[in-house]
Design a protein around this ligand. Structure first.
Ligand SMILES: Nc1ncnc2c1ncn2[C@@H]1O[C@H](COP(=O)(O)OP(=O)(O)OP(=O)(O)O)[C@@H](O)[C@H]1O
Ligand SMILES: [Mg+2]
Length: 319
């Protein structure tokens, strides 16, 4: 596996009413060529902030982001912009309402001096499943799903190596979500683009991701191969997210036992010890005082929990 984009001990801070809020608190994460890595976690866990840090948008309070092993500051900006493309949540906001579809898709191509732009636009429309006549449409004539297809075509236009998609489906109807997800998965497979997919819905993650990273309060608490992680989570927080997903919860009893009490703590005042302990069904004394590090428990599987794996072993979800 060749690493393409990576976060090394990345921290991002914001100032809130004179207080420092650490939205991302020392994350190590690598995205390999051609893989789909899903980033999951509750609202406010830092997913979008990490995505923006990886896109070079946020200034880092600590750590570094590397593209093909080189720190971002030393990568030519036009090379980085060509290779690492965002796909945003809201396809309504991401297209200029005055531009016809062809112009939106072609826009990144002009700067890159692509040869036959018209032919390239036609093949991109085809790749995202839109008929050729859509080239002359204005965004207000398109449905949400069609807009997201156009946004995807534009992201694919410069032949990127990485797509960073921050909840690309959440503004769409359920039926359209499935279509766009299938399209995204097909494009990723055929073009070997690496995809960092931020998603709330673990059912979607299970369908398309090879690996998953779980964020809690600005840190990765578990990461590993998606299938094994979702089948037998090491961290009780991952188990709770799974239990809250009806199609993945093993039994009604598990869903009840693992339900997450309360809201995530404020990043302005993270709890001492393991940040998850106030909501954790298996927390013990050590969890209140010592923060567990993210360590490998099985090949490719890491978790930050003093009792990693216990949640799965202690219940019928392991059977
Ligand atoms: N520009 C900003 N200024 C101040 N605080 C911010 C800013 N962006 C994010 N935050 C704070 O950083 C934390 C992480 O936010 P982030 O948007 O990364 O979470 P998220 O996991 O993407 O959530 P969601 O699932 O709701 O999109 C939150 O506490 C949020 O309030
Ligand atoms: Mg977000």
């Amino acid at each position: 596996m060749t690493e393409i984009l990576a976060a090394h001990d990345v921290a991002v801070e914001f100032t809130h009413d004179g207080q420092t809020l650490q939205a991302v608190r020392g994350i190590d994460l690598t995205l390999d060529e051609g893989e789909t890595l899903a980033l999951v976690g509750e609202s406010g866990s830092g997913k979008s902030t990490l995505a923006l840090a990886l896109l070079g948008v946020h200034q880092l309070a600590r750590g570094k982001v590397t593209f093909r092993g080189d720190e971002l500051a030393s990568v030519e900006p036009h090379i980085f912009r060509k290779h690492v493309q965002p796909v945003l949540q809201d396809p309504y906001a991401s297209l200029d309402p005055r531009w016809r579809v062809a112009r939106s898709i072609a826009e990144p191509l002009h700067a890159l001096k692509f040869g036959n732009i018209e032919a390239r636009v036609a093949s991109l429309l085809d790749a995202v499943g839109l008929a050729a006549e859509f080239a002359s449409y204005l965004p207000n004539a398109l449905s949400g799903g069609q807009r997201q297809r156009v946004a995807l075509a534009r992201a694919l236009a410069p032949e990127p190596s990485v797509l960073i998609a921050d909840e690309p489906l959440s503004a769409l109807d359920m039926s359209v979500q499935a279509q766009i997800l299938t399209l995204l998965a097909d494009l990723q497979r055929t073009s070997r683009i690496a995809l960092l997919l931020i998603a709330h819905d673990l059912t979607l993650v299970q369908r398309v991701a090879q690996r998953v990273a779980v964020l809690y309060l600005g840190r990765v608490v578990e990461q590993g191969p998606a299938a094994r992680t979702l089948a037998a989570p090491l961290h009780p927080y991952t188990a709770a997210l799974i239990a809250a997903t009806p199609s993945l919860a093993r039994t009604a009893a598990d869903a009840e036992r693992l339900v997450l009490p309360g809201e995530p703590p404020s990043p302005l005042a993270p709890p001492p010890g393991c940040e998850f302990h106030p909501r954790c069904p298996i927390a013990r004394d050590i969890c209140r005082t010592e923060r567990p590090l993210l360590v490998e428990h099985a090949p490719g599987r890491k978790a930050a929990c003093h009792f990693a794996g216990e949640i799965t072993r202690s219940s019928d979800i392991s059977s």
